[in-house]
Design a binder for this molecule. Structure first.
Ligand code: 5GP
Ligand code: ZN
Length: 113
């Protein structure tokens, strides 16, 4: 799985991405198809297929803390932002390696489509 998984390959440095933050267990990089002025992804370095497969709550905490740091660094912490985890088909997941979207820099609609 790790050999063919896109985000495993980005996390290993095999495929380039604009990395904007990292910690011991996660990296954050800019989404290639930004849907907002700030759109980045937080992914664990280890392969977890989706939120359905998460067993280590500490790992998700590390993802959330890195997202918080990115929001601060990108200047959207105070204006507001969203941390979204699309899960499986109806959730709109297209890359099957757990990731959180950081979205901000404009007013975001609710409810989502
Ligand atoms: P999902 O639809 O699974 O929630 O989100 C996957 C996200 O990954 C999409 O927003 C898509 O634009 C982004 N993405 C897909 N391939 C690449 C890539 O090669 N590099 C980067 N930086 N983002 C990607
Ligand atoms: Zn992976």
């Amino acid at each position: 799985m790790a050999d063919s998984c896109l985000f495993c390959r980005i996390a290993r440095g095999d495929i380039p991405a604009t990395i904007i933050a990292e910690n011991a267990r996660c990296i954050a990089f800019r989404d290639i198809n930004a849907q907002a002025p700030v759109h980045a992804l937080v992914v664990p370095r280890e392969h977890v297929t989706s939120l359905n497969d998460l067993t280590d709550g500490t790992l998700f905490g590390e993802m959330a803390l890195l997202a918080q740091q990115v929001a601060r660094d990108e200047g959207i912490a105070e204006s507001g932002w969203r941390f979204v985890v699309n899960t499986n088909r109806d959730g709109g997941q297209s890359v099957y390696h757990l990731h959180g979207h950081i979205l901000g820099g404009r007013a975001l609609g609710w409810p989502p489509g």
